[in-house]
Write a protein that binds this ligand. Structure first.
Ligand code: NI
Length: 173
């Protein structure tokens, strides 16, 4: 496994649409392994192909569905990951406005409206299709990362940024 460089704000890659994955091969497995390592190193929740310069429809997410309600990690807890290849959001339910960040835009927290629940389907690294129903952080992550595959980021989605609010308030005083 190897760390990959995370593409940062201003890089035109982040605005491009990704192509479908067609080969479920060793190269894809290597990419996914590297993405896990890169995500863990950056302490993030999700990471999409274009964020490591790969213009393919693939993203990964942390899977914390087995954690207790309070989010407390038990002793020796090992982080689990979900891998989405050629993902498709099938249906959504409800709406939640919440701040979210992105590893490509460090220090930016955008207020983004996202569905409360999401039903999606995708393929795993071996080419097997699966369906998933998600809520909370995972639902938000699936939407955020799917956006990346279409060249859409929090800069497009955020209604405002937390950092800008603080600045505005500071100026008024
Ligand atoms: Ni992002």
């Amino acid at each position: 496994m190897a760390l990959r460089t995370i593409v940062q704000d201003g890089d035109p890659i982040l605005k491009k649409k990704c192509r479908a994955v067609t080969n479920f091969d060793d190269r894809l497995a290597q990419l996914l392994d590297d993405m896990r390592e890169t995500l863990a190193d950056a302490n993030g929740y999700g990471l999409a192909g274009p964020q490591v310069g790969v213009m393919r429809r693939v993203f990964i997410s942390i899977d914390e569905r087995d954690l207790p309600e309070d989010g407390e990690r038990p002793e020796g807890y090992e982080t689990k990951y979900l891998e989405f290849i050629n993902p498709e959001i099938l249906s959504t339910e409800g709406e939640i406005m919440q701040y979210e960040g992105c590893l490509s835009f460090p220090g930016r927290n955008g207020a983004v409206r996202r569905p409360a629940k999401v039903k999606a389907r995708a393929f795993d690294r071996h080419g097997n299709p699966f369906e998933i129903e998600a809520e909370g952080m995972l639902a938000r992550c699936i939407c955020h990362e799917s956006d990346h595959l279409d060249g859409v980021t929090i800069l497009d989605r955020a209604e405002y940024f937390y950092e800008d609010l603080e600045e505005d308030e500071g100026e008024e005083e």
